[in-house]
Design a binder for this molecule. Structure first.
Ligand code: MG
Length: 160
């Protein structure tokens, strides 16, 4: 069903069962940036996320596809994580995902899109015929309670 991710993770990006994805035939990950990989506007990796990235890199080809439009910020992130970083993607549009696919040299069904938003990350991944992974925003981020409330509502909606 639309918006129902293939993997609904009850945790943040570091809780993704990487071995299971690998066993399911996933060869590449396309990561959302803000709230998924880094706290918005921070441009910094926590120790935990950096450790997760090292492990994920040993198992998958990876790229970032973000709706962020700030070029200096995107470049900062790209040099920090050292992976292809596509900005201004206008997810759920397919264009950014297709660009990433071209770089990764994989088939859509071998790629999982990882993100924190059903309407951009999950829908976009589905439209691009990729697998999808919905995560909570980084647990080190302090999100306002109203945002968490709406995220819970979204999850309840896509589960039903
Ligand atoms: Mg995000």
């Amino acid at each position: 069903m639309w918006l129902t991710p293939d993997y609904l993770i009850d945790g943040d990006i570091t809780d993704i069962p990487l071995e299971r994805l690998k066993a399911d035939g996933i060869a590449g990950l396309i990561l959302d940036l803000d709230s998924t990989l880094v706290a918005p506007r921070s441009g910094e990796l926590t120790e935990e996320v950096a450790g997760w990235l090292r492990k994920a890199r040993s198992l998958f080809k990876m790229a970032i596809v973000s709706n962020n439009r700030r070029e200096p910020y995107l470049q900062q992130v790209q040099s920090l994580v050292d992976m292809p970083t596509i900005g201004r993607a206008a997810k759920p549009r397919r264009r950014g995902f297709r660009q990433a696919l071209e770089i990764l040299q994989l088939q859509p069904q071998e790629v999982a899109v990882v993100g924190d938003r059903p309407l951009t990350d999950v829908l976009g991944g589905q439209r691009a015929h990729m697998k999808t992974v919905l995560v909570w925003p980084l647990k080190t981020m302090n999100e306002p309670a109203w945002k968490t409330f709406f995220r819970k509502l979204e999850r309840r909606f896509i589960k039903s």
